[in-house]
Unconditional design. Structure first.
Lengths: 703, 156
C-alpha cells in the first residue's frame, strides 16, 4: 500500500476522507504513451485506487469504461472478495478523467488480465493493514481475527468487533505491508459467482445516462455538416435557406460547419438545408477492386512467424494447395452513435462522450482546443457499445469547439449516415496461404502472406515443421495513406477475426485433402495442452461425429487463440441451395480464459461474440466507391437479428491454473472459419471470401 | 406551424406546443427531457426509439408528434415507476442487456408483444423482436427474459 502524499490532494479533495489505496498495473503503465502529459502526470504511477470511507463504503476509481462488458460488476466482486466486504458496499467510479487515474483505454481484453490482478493485490494489502489496525485496537493477534462484510471479529470473544469504517474514521493511514498473499482460488466465495450486474437497474429503467442524455441548461444541439466522402473538402457553402428557421445558428470555423438549435431535429433539418459543394475525394477503389488495390499499395511485408525452411518443407510435400482468402471492411455499428455533450463552466470544459478511451479523448481535446490539461474533464459513464470503434472521439472535439464558439453547452450526436462514413472500419484483407501435406498426412509446410488484417494470430499454433508467415499493413495505423479509402482501426479482436478465418479455413482444406476428420486433423497437429482440451471439450459438448468433409451434414469446427484465451467453436448450418441463404442452427463454444471471475458475465461475452460474429461471417460488408461510403443505415448493412438466432451452448473450461483473462473479444474470432467450414461440409464448396452472402453461396454452387 | 398537442404520457395528461410534424422521439428527449428513449438510426430500422402508443409498439423516430394527439403514450420511464415491471425484472434476472443502449426499446417492444399476445411462442417472440437490433448480442437472453415475463419457461 502506498501513502497518499499531498500532491494527490486533488483526488482527496474530490473524494473525501478515509483509507486510500493506490493500485499499480505495471503492464498498463508500460503501455501508456509517453506523449500524453496530462494533469495525471504527477500521479501517473498508479492506474486505479480505492477508498474505504468512514461510512464503510468502498469506492474504486478506475479509468476504464463500462461498455456493457460488465467490468463494474467483476471489479466489485474482486474487491468484495479480497477486502471481505459486502458486494453492495462497493461503488465503482469509471471513465471520469477528473476522478480516475490515467488509463490508456478499454480495449484489447486487458481490463481482466491487467487491472484485476493489481486490484486484488492492493485490496489484499488493504485488508491486511486493516486487520493489523484491528488487532491493535482489540488487543488480539491479527491472525486470529476474522472479517466478514467489513466487520472484524475475534471468534474467541464475539463481543470484540470493530468495523473497517470505524478503523479508518478520521484517520490518514500510512502503512505499507510487503508481500501480502492474495486469497487462493479455493477460498473464493464472491469471485466465481454471478451476482446481479451493478448496472442492471439503471439499464432496465432508462435511467442509465449516456453521453447524449446529458441535457445541461441552455443546451444547443449541433448537426455537423460532414464531407460526403473521406478525403473530400468543402468548396462552397450557402446557408440562406438553413437560417430561415427561427433559432437556427450556422457556425463555421475552417472545415467545421454546423447547424445549431435548441432542438436536435431542428438542427438536423437546418443542416440538411445547407447547400454545399465539395471537392471530390481522391480515392478510387470500390468494394470490388479493393483487393487488387490492397496488394498494390500495401507496405513491405514483415515476418510474423518463422520456423524451419519452407522450401525444404515443400520438397517433402506430396500435395500443396494455395488459396487466397478475402475479407471485407466491416463497421462497428454500435446502436449508440458517436455522441458528446460539451459545456464550459468558469473556463473549464467538461465533455460527456461516448468513448472507450476518455483519457485519449481528453488529450485530443486539450490539443484541439489549446486548453491546459486541468481545464478539460471527460466523462464516459456509460457507452452504448464500442467494439473498438470508439477509441477516438472526433465528435467530442466538434462539440467542444462549437461550445466555445456559441458560448453555450453543445451536444453533437452523429446520425447513422455519419456513423458509417467515419467509422474506423476493420480493414479489408487479402490472405494467401500455400500449404502442403506429407505422404503421412501431416502438414509439411505452411507459407502465408497476410495483406491488410495485421499480424495478430496470423502464425499458426499448430505443429508445422516448416512455416513462414508474412504480414503487410495492419489495423493500427502506419499504412501508406492511399492504402485504405477511409480510416481503419481495431474491431473486436482486431486482426485475429480475419487471420483466424484464413488459417482455420485452410486447416480444413488440408484435412479434406488428407481425407481426415477436421477435428482429428487438428488434434494431430496440436501439442498446446489448453488448446487440445478446449477442442476436445467443444467436440464432446457438440456431439461431434468423426468423419471427413464434406459430409453433407453441415457441421464445422474452428480453433482460435486470442489474448492467451483458447477457444474452439463448432457449428451446424443448413444451406438453402436455391436462395443461397445460410441458416445457423447451432453453435457450441468451449473457452478457456483462466480463472472465471463471473461465469454469467463470461457467458454474456461469449454469447454476444458468437451472435455478433454471425454478421461479419454472413452479411456485413461496407459498400463504397471513390471514398464515399454507400452503406448508410441498417437497411443496407445487415447486422444479426433475432430471427437468425442459433441454439448457443457455451462451455466454460475450469482452469484455476491460469490468471483470469479477458473474454470480450476471443470468442468472436472463429466465426468466419467455423461457418465457412460448416458450409463446405454442407454443400461441398469452399467460400474463400467473407461475408458469405447468398450471392456468393449461389455463385460457389454454380462453379 | 406550432400547435398544441395533448396526449397522455406515462399516465399523465401532457400538452406540448410544437410543430406537429416533429418526431415524437425528439419531443420526448429534448422538449420533455425523457432520455430513456434512444436515438439509433432515425429511419425506423433499429428499434432503439420504440415507445408504446395505445398498446402498439411504434418507432418514435418516424412518428410525428401530432399523430399521438389524444392517445396514450408509454415510455420506459412510465414502466414500473414504483416497482419493476415483470418484463424489467425478467431483463434483470437474465441480464438481458450489455451496453444497455437498445434496452429501453427492447423492453417497450416486449411490452407491446405481451400486451397483445400474453403467451407467445418462441417464434412469435423472434418475429415481434426482429426489428429491434442489439449489437452486443444479448438476443438469447432477451428471448429468455420475455419467456419468463410471459410466465413461460425461462432459459434460452
Amino acid at each position: 500500500m502506498q501513502n497518499v502524499p499531498l500532491k494527490r490532494r486533488d483526488f482527496l479533495g474530490i473524494t473525501g476522507g478515509g483509507l486510500f489505496v493506490v493500485i499499480h498495473a505495471e503492464l498498463a503503465r508500460a503501455q501508456e504513451p509517453a506523449r500524453l502529459p496530462t494533469r495525471q502526470a504527477a500521479v501517473a504511477d498508479f492506474n486505479a485506487y480505492l477508498r474505504i470511507g468512514e461510512d464503510g463504503r468502498v469506492t474504486c476509481f478506475a479509468g476504464k469504461v463500462e461498455l456493457g462488458q460488465g467490468a463494474t460488476t467483476s471489479l466489485s466482486q474482486v474487491l468484495a472478495e479480497d477486502l471481505d466486504v459486502a458486494l453492495d458496499a462497493i461503488d465503482i467510479v469509471m471513465g471520469d478523467t477528473d476522478l480516475c487515474p490515467y488509463d490508456m483505454g478499454t480495449f484489447g481484453s486487458m481490463t481482466t488480465p491487467l487491472l484485476v490482478p493489481a486490484v486484488r493485490r492492493a485490496a489484499s494489502e488493504a485488508r491486511a493493514v486493516l486487520l493489523q489496525m484491528a488487532a491493535e485496537r482489540l488487543a488480539v493477534p491479527a491472525d486470529s481475527l476474522r472479517v466478514r462484510a467489513g466487520l472484524v471479529t475475534d471468534p474467541a470473544s464475539p463481543s470484540k468487533t470493530v468495523s473497517y469504517a470505524s478503523l479508518v474514521a478520521g484517520k490518514r493511514i500510512e502503512r505499507h505491508l510487503a508481500n501480502v498473499p492474495v486469497k487462493p482460488v479455493a477460498a473464493f466465495h464472491v469471485i466465481g459467482q454471478s451476482p446481479r450486474r451493478k448496472d442492471a437497474l439503471e439499464k432496465v429503467t432508462g435511467k442509465a445516462k449516456f453521453a447524449a442524455d446529458q441535457l445541461p441548461a441552455n443546451l444547443l444541439h449541433a448537426a455537423v455538416l460532414h464531407v460526403p466522402a473521406n478525403g473530400a473538402k468543402l468548396a462552397t457553402l450557402n446557408s440562406a435557406s438553413a437560417t430561415k428557421t427561427e433559432g437556427v445558428r450556422i457556425l463555421q470555423d475552417g472545415e467545421l460547419v454546423a447547424a445549431l438549435h435548441e432542438r436536435p431535429d431542428v438542427a438536423l433539418a437546418a443542416r440538411d438545408a445547407l447547400v454545399a459543394t465539395f471537392s471530390p475525394a481522391s480515392s478510387t477503389p470500390d468494394d470490388k477492386s479493393i483487393f487488387d488495390h490492397l496488394l498494390k499499395t500495401a507496405p513491405q511485408a514483415r515476418p510474423a512467424g518463422q520456423r524451419g525452411d519452407v522450401a525444404e518443407g515443400e520438397r517433402s510435400a506430396t500435395a500443396a494447395i494455395e488459396h487466397t482468402y478475402l475479407n471485407s471492411y466491416v463497421a462497428h455499428a454500435p446502436i449508440e452513435t458517436h455522441s458528446a455533450t460539451a459545456a464550459f463552466e468558469n473556463g473549464k470544459l467538461t465533455v460527456w462522450a461516448s468513448t472507450q478511451a476518455p483519457f485519449m479523448v481528453k488529450n485530443a481535446l486539450t490539443g484541439a482546443l489549446g486548453l491546459p490539461a486541468d481545464k478539460v474533464r471527460v466523462i464516459a459513464r456509460y457507452t452504448g457499445g464500442g467494439f473498438g470503434g470508439k477509441t477516438e472521439a472526433p465528435q467530442a472535439i466538434e462539440a467542444a469547439r462549437l461550445a466555445r464558439m456559441s458560448n453555450r453547452p453543445v451536444q453533437v450526436v452523429w446520425n447513422r449516415h455519419d456513423e458509417f462514413l467515419f467509422d474506423p472500419f476493420r480493414p479489408a484483407s487479402v490472405m494467401k496461404i500455400r500449404a502442403g501435406l506429407t505422404a503421412e498426412g501431416k502438414i509439411a509446410f505452411w507459407d502465408a502472406l497476410f495483406v491488410g488484417p495485421g499480424e495478430r494470430e496470423a502464425a499458426p499454433f499448430y505443429e508445422i515443421p516448416h512455416q513462414r508467415t508474412l504480414s503487410a499493413g495492419g489495423w493500427q495505423g502506419g499504412n501508406p495513406p492511399n492504402m485504405h479509402p477511409f480510416h481503419v482501426g481495431p474491431w473486436r479482436a482486431p486482426s485475429a477475426n480475419s487471420t483466424t478465418f484464413a488459417r482455420e479455413s485452410h486447416i480444413d482444406v488440408l484435412a479434406a485433402k488428407a481425407g481426415v476428420c477436421p477435428v482429428e486433423f487438428r488434434l494431430k497437429h496440436l501439442t498446446h495442452p489448453r488448446m487440445r482440451r478446449t477442442l476436445e471439450t467443444a467436440a464432446d459438448k457438440f456431439g461431434w461425429k468423426p468423419g471427413k468433409t464434406p459430409s453433407g451434414r453441415g457441421v464445422g469446427v474452428a480453433c482460435g487463440m486470442y489474448a492467451n484465451a483458447c477457444n474452439a467453436t463448432m457449428a451446424e448450418v443448413a444451406v438453402d441451395k436455391r436462395t443461397g441463404v445460410v441458416r445457423v442452427n447451432r453453435l457450441v463454444l468451449a473457452i478457456d480464459c483462466g480463472i472465471v471471475l463471473n461465469p454469467d458475465g463470461l457467458r454474456q461475452q461469449a454469447e454476444g461474440s458468437l451472435t455478433m460474429g454471425l454478421g461479419y461471417a454472413l452479411t456485413e460488408e461496407v459498400r463504397f466507391k471513390g471514398g464515399e461510403v454507400l452503406t448508410h443505415n441498417f437497411d443496407t448493412y445487415a447486422i444479426p437479428r433475432f430471427s437468425w438466432l442459433p441454439k448457443i451452448d457455451v462451455v466454460l473450461i475450469d482452469n484455476p491454473e491460469t490468471q483470469a483473462l479477458g473474454a470480450g473479444e476471443p470468442p468472436i474470432i472463429c466465426m468466419g472459419a467455423v461457418l465457412a467450414n460448416a458450409i463446405h461440409d454442407a454443400i461441398g464448396k469452399r467460400l474463400l471470401q467473407l461475408p458469405m452472402t447468398p450471392e456468393r453461396i449461389k455463385s460457389a454452387l454454380a462453379s | 406551424l406550432n400547435s398544441t398537442i395533448s396526449f397522455t404520457l406515462n399516465g399523465k395528461p401532457t400538452r406540448v406546443t410544437v410543430d406537429g410534424e416533429r418526431m415524437l422521439l425528439w419531443v420526448l428527449r429534448s422538449d420533455l427531457g425523457l432520455t430513456g428513449t434512444k436515438f439509433g438510426c432515425g429511419e425506423a430500422l433499429c428499434g432503439a426509439c420504440t415507445v408504446v402508443v395505445n398498446g402498439e409498439a411504434v418507432r418514435s423516430c418516424v412518428t410525428p408528434v401530432k399523430s399521438v394527439a389524444g392517445k396514450k403514450v408509454l415510455t420506459i420511464e412510465g414502466l414500473g415507476e414504483s416497482k419493476l415491471h415483470a418484463i424489467q425484472q425478467a431483463f434483470v434476472n437474465h441480464h438481458a442487456f450489455q451496453c444497455g443502449y437498445c434496452t429501453p426499446g427492447m423492453i417497450m417492444s416486449a411490452y407491446a408483444l405481451l400486451n397483445k399476445t400474453p403467451h407467445p411462442t418462441r417464434d412469435q417472440i423472434l418475429q415481434a423482436m426482429d426489428d429491434n437490433l442489439c449489437r452486443c448480442g444479448s438476443h438469447v437472453r432477451v428471448v429468455a427474459a420475455i419467456q419468463e415475463a410471459a410466465g413461460l419457461k425461462g432459459g434460452a
